[in-house]
Ligand binder design. Sequence first.
Ligand code: CA
Length: 364
Amino acid sequence: MKRRAFLGAATLGVATLLGGCKRQEKLQDFSISKKRSIELKLATSWPAGFPIMGEGVEKFAKRVHEASGGEVKIKVFGKNLLVPALGVFDACSAGQIDAFHSGPYYWKGKNLAFSLFGGFPFGFTANEMNAWMEFGGGLEIWRELYARYDLYPLLGGNTDVQMGGWFKKEIKSVEDLKGLKMRIPGLGGEVMARLGVNPILLPAGEIYTALERGTIDATEWVGPALDIKMGFYKVARYYYSGFHEPGSVLELTFNLKRWQSLPKDIQALIQSCARELNALMVYDFQDKNAKALTKLRKLGVELKTWPQDVVEAAKKALFEVIEEQSRQSADFKRVWELIEPYWIQNRAWTSLGLKNYLKMRDGS
Ligand code: CA
């Protein structure tokens, strides 16, 4: 809008100098014909209108359209409308779509290192993750590795801390986890497997029925805001705080050649709108999780934290998984070696600042 106003004013100045209404009209026509029209197809791994995550990317597309004075139109396709939910990486890599909104841990089959860009158990909080990405070299190495697939990632949101999941039976020690069938993906699933859990992957639409029928004994999903919509509280009573996804990253990834073909000002505008999406999603989760937690308490859900032996065993398992995957993949090792010192340094500050503040505020 501002660009149009500016072009209009500039045109008017030149036209006045030249002195002539007809010429002025012609020059104005010229300025209008120079308006660019850029269309981008973006597919998501979420259903159209999916709360918080899907809504977030749709707001992003609207924002880009407004901020570009209507020059950039990003058409958002929910899962399976254009490509299957987990087909977005390949479709974008091949240039069949221009961009996608998803989560990097889905692509560990392409490269084990990619799961680390999504987060890891006992890893970065949302704030620490954003710091690592923006200032600790995270985005740089992520872009280097994605370039092999002709992809260019931007940060596209964060789920903030996730809950550990819904259990039909109370977990009193690590013994109670043995043989438990649980829907849990990613590195969290690999850690739980070492504690005796049988991790199962299920599409979102099948989790509730599986839990209800006892095909699975437990499931994690995201947090109160999204979990309450899934209705898990109706079939599993115990809701555990989590360590497996402390701040999971969502990505807004572009086809690299398409990204490079965009004018520099449009790239900058998309970058800014993506940063807005990335920040707003955390605020949205904070707001909606707090409200949903109030409802879950009223519904009689039992809120639990893990027994200490589970936490200790999970930490031990995490380092075994990291060692194993570092041996399997030089890229994983390289990304982990960048993460580890940053993680240790940030934990010291988060503990001294935020954790001690929370202890004082909440008295525990
Ligand atoms: Ca999850």
